[in-house]
Design a protein around this ligand. Structure first.
Ligand SMILES: Nc1ncnc2c1ncn2[C@@H]1O[C@H](COP(=O)(O)OP(=O)(O)O)[C@@H](O)[C@H]1O
Ligand SMILES: [Mg+2]
Length: 265
């Protein structure tokens, strides 16, 4: 059994419930993390506050110039990953934190020609060090699991030219799940799932299939948009089940796999 779980990194997420659950059957899990709140906190503390841009299609992306990439690396490969590995250790679960750079785990192609909408006009974002994922080295993940370690994986990734680039953690989770032929992908988040109206917690969309996929892509704005794309990508790639569900409940993974949240089929 292989379940890839992406733990939420925005405020309002809870980490303890999912780690308690991992501790019950560690060999079944591969964890992926982002950490937008910590990146923003650390960047602000270092005098490098975050910047975001909105693409013409409505996707909100972090503007990762060279100075901000340093903050991304410090936050994700540093504090966020160490915290997850430490909290698993306190639960007697040996875990190994890996950025996509370690062992060539995640390779990506640098995104050229990112476009942003600024004051109603479309402009080029020239200095963005973000990438699209190309490949996942599953042998590294499998060796760790065979050794009894829970892999804890996060951005950034490495390009064939040897550049470090930021990649979206939800997409990392989807690609890792696909590469491992995982039974399930669970994207835990700070809301109950994908909402028809982001401001109305009661407007949960319980199920996404080919018939309402386009409608859901429109409803999911901003950062939820990427999560929806990741879930759809995973299901298309053959992952048994993909769910976007809440992190702040007991046994969040079992709940998601039992249908709590938004299930993609
Ligand atoms: N249709 C929607 N349904 C649910 N959340 C949405 C929707 N549109 C936008 N969002 C926003 O997406 C957020 C979840 O994504 P994000 O902040 O990146 O958290 P995470 O740490 O889980 O990746 C929600 O808290 C909400 O503000
Ligand atoms: Mg996010």
């Amino acid at each position: 059994m292989t379940i890839v779980v992406k733990v939420g990194g925005a405020s309002g997420n809870r980490l303890a419930p999912v780690l308690d659950e991992v501790a019950l059957r560690p060999s079944e899990y591969v964890l992926v993390h982002g950490g937008s709140e910590e990146i923003d906190r650390l960047g602000t503390a270092l005098g490098r506050p975050p910047r975001y841009y909105t693409s013409p299609s409505g996707t909100v992306s972090r503007h990762t110039d060279a100075a901000h990439l340093e903050v991304v690396i410090l936050a994700l490969a540093g504090s966020v990953q160490t915290r997850i590995v430490r909290e698993l250790a306190t639960r007697h679960v040996p875990a190994v934190g890996l950025s996509g750079v370690d062992g060539g785990l995640l390779t990506a192609r640098r995104k050229e020609g990112a476009r942003a909408v600024q004051d109603g006009r479309v402009v080029r974002v020239a200095d963005d060090l973000s990438g699209s994922l190309e490949s996942v080295r599953t042998d590294l993940i499998e060796r760790l699991r065979q050794g009894g370690y829970v892999p804890v994986i996060g951005p950034p990734a490495l390009t064939p030219e040897g550049e470090v680039v930021n990649v979206d953690a939800d997409r990392v989770a989807a690609r890792v799940a696909a590469a491992l032929h995982a039974d399930g992908l669970v994207l835990l988040t700070n809301v109950g799932g994908v909402l028809r109206d982001a401001d109305d917690p009661r407007s949960l969309i319980p199920r996404v299939d080919a018939s309402n996929e386009a409608e859901v892509m429109t409803a999911a704005r901003g950062r939820m948009h990427k999560k929806v794309r990741a879930a759809i990508e995973a299901v298309r790639a053959g992952v048994g089940s993909a769910v976007i569900g809440p992190s702040a409940i007991p046994r969040p993974v079992a709940a998601a796999l039992a249908g709590q949240g938004t299930v993609f089929v």
